[in-house]
Write a protein that binds this ligand. Structure first.
Ligand code: GDP
Length: 393
């Protein structure tokens, strides 16, 4: 599937930048165009792969290239004011070759949090192709204002896109990591999961054609109907034997390595990978029961993929989610691993979002109280007790 990716704000820009790097490394060909939009000049300069002409600085009149702080209302305002600048960059990309837009942003900050929903709304008005969002939730340790920003952005962003895929930094935080190093790993996880999903069906020259191909329309159909999505992923390393044969590194299941490629083992490996992917760490943790639609993509060397395994995995997902719309297919790749990526679309039982909203409301009340208190304190400081002094004017 070919995407026009627009990274809004620092996190959004860095993630899209990383998608370009992933595309380069894997030849997946999912990024047809990449644009970064920011109100902070330094963040745009810090990107590695997005072409200079596709880096759009907005809000110069208001914030002079210094960013909007964590003020997402200002982020939304400058995005609205300078939407033509963003549109100019989009005009230069061949949108007729694009299957969908993907607007990427961290929802806890200012520029992306406020600007991404504004851009999504604009794109939906102009184009007929789907507009998807990839929104990143802040860590719970980032504090009240980030949580409040994220809760408000989430509500707005979901409404403006055809589907909002969510990644929760909080579930992926590594203790003892520097913030930057931590984000590096997290961003790699993001591009790997979404890269495999969107890469399915993007068969390049000379690549194997999948036995049961996942094509763009299946991804689009899974995402259509709107709402919120999460992605599960699990992989297992296998050896790619340079002599042409394939040997698994895992020989613990009874047989020698040669046995690993018999149909029963291949099927079992796939079914257990599907379970691990669905029941393991999701990009947004949630209850998978009640998911409206799902897409299962099995990728790896063709010898390790079989229709029976995918069918079984699909059936199991239908039972676990209760959904009647579970699609599945394979994505042959000469990589030394077999992986299952599962897109769960239209999830509704998400305690993490409910908690986020609760904390956001508390933060909002606190901010209101503090503001009122500080106004009162200032008044008490400035005014003399008996009101004997007169201001100049
Ligand atoms: P903006 O530039 O004003 O849109 O704000 P940022 O993008 O810098 O930050 C918004 C939120 O995104 C932060 O609160 C973090 O939770 C998150 N964030 C910042 N940088 C990264 C990153 O590189 N990767 C990920 N996954 N999240 C990030």
């Amino acid at each position: 599937m070919k995407l026009a990716m627009i990274g809004f704000g620092q996190a959004g820009g860095k993630i899209v930048d990383r998608f370009l790097d992933y595309d380069d490394r894997t030849g997946s060909g999912i990024v047809r165009a990449a644009i970064a939009v920011n109100s902070a000049k330094a963040d745009l300069i810090g990107l590695d792969n997005i072409p200079q002409e596709n880096r759009v600085l907005i809000g110069q009149a208001r914030v002079k290239g210094h960013g909007v702080g964590a003020d997402n209302e200002l982020g939304a305002e400058v995005a609205e004011e300078d939407i033509d600048e963003v549109q100019n960059a989009i005009d230069a990309i061949p949108t007729h070759e694009v299957d969908a837009f993907l607007v990427v942003a961290g929802m806890g900050g200012g520029t992306g949090s406020g600007g991404a929903p504004v851009l999504a709304k604009h794109l939906k008005r102009i184009y007929t192709i789907p507009v998807y969002g990839l929104g990143v939730l802040p860590g719970t340790d980032e504090g009240g204002i980030y949580t409040l920003n994220a809760a408000r952005s989430f509500q707005t962003f979901v409404r403006e896109v055809d589907n909002l895929m969510v990644f929760d930094n909080d579930s992926w935080r590594q203790t003892g990591e520097s913030v930057e190093g931590g984000y590096d790993q997290i961003n790699e996880e993001i591009v790997r999961r979404f890269g495999i999903l969107f890469g399915a069906g993007e068969v390049g020259d000379g690549q194997e054609v999948a036995e049961s191909v996942v094509d763009s329309s299946e991804i689009i159909n899974t995402l259509s109907g709107g709402g919120v999505s999460t992605v599960g992923f699990a992989s297992e390393e296998v050896d790619l034997n340079s002599g042409g044969g394939l040997l698994s590194r895992f020989t613990g299941d009874g047989g020698g390595s040669g046995d690993d490629l018999d149909a029963a083992n291949t099927t079992n490996r796939i079914t257990s990978l599907v379970r691990k992917a669905a029941l393991g760490r999701l990009t947004l943790p949630c209850e998978i029961e009640g998911t409206e639609r799902a897409l299962l993509v099995l990728s790896g060397p063709p010898e390790y993929l079989n229709r029976k395994g995918i069918e079984r995995g699909r059936k199991w997902l239908e039972e676990e989610t209760g959904s009647m719309e579970v699609r599945g297919g394979d994505f042959p790749r000469e990589e030394p691993e077999v992986s299952a990526a599962i897109l769960l679309s239209g999830v509704t039982n998400v305690p993490r979002i409910k908690r986020l909203q609760q904390v956001a409301i508390e933060a909002q009340d606190n901010i209101d109280d503090i503001q009122q208190e500080s106004e009162e304190n200032l008044e008490e400081l400035v005014e003399d007790d008996e009101d004997e002094l007169e201001p100049l004017f």
